[in-house]
Design a protein around this ligand. Structure first.
Ligand code: PLP
Length: 452
């Protein structure tokens, strides 16, 4: 078949252009130049159909936490496919992978988030969250508490509801988003928006926008606040230290459920198992996906606190679920991924060895004349490019031109790095070694230089 015996690159590109609609892509533009065909990967390295090897400093889409090519996950999938490839958990049944993974997650996730509602991705998990929090408040006799407060430039997924929760204006502009009863406040992006305030003052100011929004909308109408511990697709915005404690205080003071979207931060990315551990957040619900299976199989879900789970459990049928909720093969793969993360002490190595080294090397970029900010948390990092770094000035329109050029230079220099406007970001596999970090830095520095 065409997978085991594929045609040459040019023909693949033509077939791709003829039959495959790419996400977040200008189709005609890509068709004209042809997509790069990735054929295999191992560790932190991708290989394309021309035999070129690239270091993947994005871990796919922030997800291949244990790195590529781990045969144990393939074995786990094959074993589960032979034993029980599919069954649902809708109608009074369960299965071993569903139970085993749920039990493991309850152990790993902080606090009392002891129940999981399974889905297939971060997007559908956030859809689940909307239904969960509104159903929860209705069950508690407060059906008017249904507004969900989120943040501008947040990314919570691409379904209609998840993209509505998200704060990406380019997404809202297509398809009539957001859906009703979602409210967006400003994000804690001190570099771009902090003005003369110190990061600490700005963090407090931004967190207090949540309290203002609650006051304006009315506490009796607000169900929840959702946020990523570190805003990922928004440009790796690491919040000032004052931000999360104040958000937590406000949610506690106003009876607002707190949803931590850990789709990127979860499973070791920030140097702890969860972003909530790093920022000391105590959410009522946590969105998980990506690193849960290191991207080897689609799976996501919502971790739910004992209190919320109990209210939902006593409120009759929860009329919600996906055919592939608790997919046995994905659950088996996720379980094997978690075993590897734990037994090989990958998160500990990130925290104690590689993240400190990445921080040391990455922040050297701030000495570059055109880099206004270089930030790192665990194994996720960003730089802001600026023509006038003393004033944290952005490049003039069209924004993102330099970022795009830099991204393309990275490709030429055999590095996959992403750009969000004129911020360059990385989120590499957590198994990156110190030597890999040196290689990454050489290629990143060269690419940034060449972009100017
Ligand atoms: N939430 C966050 C924070 C994300 O970064 C993403 C994807 O990048 C999602 C949700 C959506 O996840 P998925 O693409 O698996 O639907």
């Amino acid at each position: 078949n065409m997978i085991t015996n594929h045609p040459p690159t040019k023909e693949l590109q033509e077939l791709d252009a003829a039959h495959h609609m790419h996400p977040f892509t200008a189709g005609a533009e890509l068709a004209a130049k042809g997509a790069r065909v990735i054929t295999s990967a191992k560790g932190v390295t991708l290989t394309d159909s021309e035999g070129v090897e690239l270091m993947d400093a994005m871990a796919g889409l922030w997800c291949v936490n244990i790195g590529y090519g781990r045969h144990e996950l393939a074995e786990a999938a094959a074993r589960q496919m032979r034993e029980l490839p599919y069954y649902n958990t809708f109608f009074q049944t369960t299965h071993v992978p569903a139970v085993a993974l749920a039990t493991k997650l309850a152990e790993l996730v902080p606090g009392d988030l002891n129940q999981v509602f399974y889905g297939c991705s971060g997007s559908d998990a956030n859809d689940t969250n909307i239904r969960l929090v509104r159903h929860y408040w209705a069950a508690k006799g407060k059906p008017d508490k249904k507004v969900i407060i989120s943040r501008k430039n947040a990314y919570h997924g691409s379904t209609v509801a998840a993209a509505s929760l998200g704060g990406m204006s380019a997404m809202h502009a297509q398809g009539g988003l957001p859906i009703p009863d979602i409210h967006h406040i400003d994000e804690p992006n001190w570099y771009a928006q902090g003005g003369d305030l110190s990061p600490e003052e700005f963090g407090l100011e931004r967190a207090r926008q949540l309290e203002q929004a609650i006051a304006e909308i009315g506490e009796d109408r607000v169900a929840a606040f959702i946020a990523e511990p570190i805003q990922g697709a928004g440009g790796v915005i690491i919040p000032p230290e004052t931000y999360w404690p104040e958000i937590q205080r406000i949610c506690d003071a106003h009876e607002i459920l707190l949803i931590a979207d850990e789709v990127i931060c979860g499973f070791g990315r920030t140097g702890n198992w969860f972003g909530c551990d790093t920022f000391n957040i105590r959410p009522d619900i946590m969105t998980i996906a990506k690193g849960l299976s290191s991207g080897y199989a689609p799976i996501g879900g919502s971790m739910v606190s004992d209190e919320v789970a109990e209210v939902i459990a006593n409120a009759g049928d929860f009329n919600h679920g996906y055919t592939y909720s608790a997919h046995p093969v994905s659950a088996a793969v996720a379980l094997e991924n978690l075993r590897i993360l734990e037994e090989e002490k990958i998160v500990d190595t990130v925290r104690d060895v590689t993240a400190p080294y990445l921080a040391e090397r990455w922040t050297e970029l701030a000495d570059h004349p055109m880099i206004g900010e270089a930030k790192v948390c665990g194994m996720v990092a960003s730089v802001a490019m600026s023509p006038d770094k003393a004033n944290r000035a952005p490049f003039q329109a069209p924004a993102g031109t330099i970022g795009l050029m830099c991204r393309d230079r990275c490709f030429e220099n055999k590095l996959v790095m992403r750009h969000v406007g004129d911020r360059m970001i990385i989120s590499p596999p957590l198994i990156l070694t110190k030597d890999d970090i040196d290689t990454l830095m050489d290629r990143a520095y060269r690419s940034i230089d060449e972009a100017y």
